[in-house]
Design a protein around this ligand. Structure first.
Ligand code: NAP
Length: 283
């Protein structure tokens, strides 16, 4: 079994990004790449994610603009802020940390972000581009998964990739990316019948369900490549959607939790922000 070490790879890619940005600033010191991060309310997990994103920006030389808004923020207040950030030349990327409080209409808020600043790839415009296979900002977690596979020289073309979970953030965009890489893709969800029969037929299995230790050894084919997206807190520690100790001997490759997909997600956000800078500059 080989561990797919997302922490190590993401550190390596962060250094590559930092080098690229410092060369850019040396050429033209008037330019700065900027990312606006909006957090609404006081969800503890979201606060930690935002803090990690800001720290990562600082590390590579991206200027971050943080907006911590109170839980009672209205749709209109949030839309006004996004309008201002859309017009602000210092801001190349806008990220609205999800989930938003239930009274806020998430789809309306995301649709307001200028597609050229949509570094999360959640606006309908970017989702559309991805679906028809055109250049787009790719959502960070699926992009991180593909990067993790490719940088570890894992072949995707012709393989049967099974995704468990069909969220807009992970499962659906990942399906598009795997198709573009010529995998044969099956996507499963809570209404899928005979799930084990399908997971057993996977060469590459990606699990994004949000249920601790959901995937067990008897659901896997020997030699599977297992990517565990899940982040679940159990008794004060983080565990994935796969039962790591139970499944590891069945896997040719497996991502750990923590230290697998999570760090890759943040690093892809930095990459998308740099891409957004160039997209705007070359408009
Ligand atoms: P989500 O929106 O809650 O979606 C969960 C998916 O799992 C749904 O499609 C659901 O099916 C499916 N599901 C639930 N129970 C199932 C079952 N018994 N059998 C088969 N499918 C089942 O979750 P998400 O946002 O994609 O996140 C999933 C997990 O990944 C969470 O633990 C989250 O914290 C983690 N995550 C990690 C990262 C990272 O950077 N590592 C990023 C994003 C998310 P239905 O559609 O039928 O309801």
């Amino acid at each position: 079994m080989i561990l797919l070490d997302g922490k190590c790879l993401s550190n390596q890619i962060k250094e590559e990004i930092a080098t690229e940005i410092s060369a850019l600033y040396e050429k033209d010191s008037s330019h700065k790449i900027g990312l606006a991060v909006i957090l609404v309310g006081d969800n503890l997990a979201s606060q930690i994610y935002v803090k990690n994103k800001i720290t990562a920006c600082l590390h590579v030389g991206i200027k971050s603009f943080q907006y911590n808004l109170k839980e009672s923020t209205t749709d209109d207040e949030l839309l006004t802020l996004i309008d201002e950030l859309n017009d602000d030349d210092n801001v190349n990327g806008i990220l609205v940390q999800l989930p938003l409080p239930p009274h806020i209409e998430e789809e309306k808020i995301l649709a307001k972000i200028d597609p050229l600043k949509d570094v999360d790839g959640f606006t309908p415009y970017q989702v559309g581009l991805l679906t028809i296979g055109q250049k787009s900002f790719v959502p960070c977690t699926p992009k991180g998964i593909i990067t993790l596979l490719e940088r570890n020289k894992i072949e995707i073309a012709g393989r049967h990739a099974v995704i468990v979970g069909r969220s807009n953030v992970v499962g659906k965009p990942l399906m598009q990316l795997l198709l573009q890489k010529d995998a044969t893709v099956t996507i499963c969800h809570s209404k899928t019948k005979n799930l084990s029969d399908i997971t057993k037929s996977a060469d590459i299995l990606i699990v994004a369900v949000g249920k601790p230790c959901f995937i067990k050894a008897d659901m896997l084919n020997q030699g599977v490549i297992l990517v565990d997206v899940g982040i679940n807190r159990v008794d004060g520690r983080l565990v994935g959607d796969a039962d790591f100790e139970n499944v590891k001997d069945k896997c040719a490759y497996i991502t750990p939790v923590p230290g697998g997909v999570g760090p890759m997600t943040i690093t892809m956000l930095l990459q998308n922000t740099v891409e957004a800078y160039y997209a705007r500059k070359n408009r």
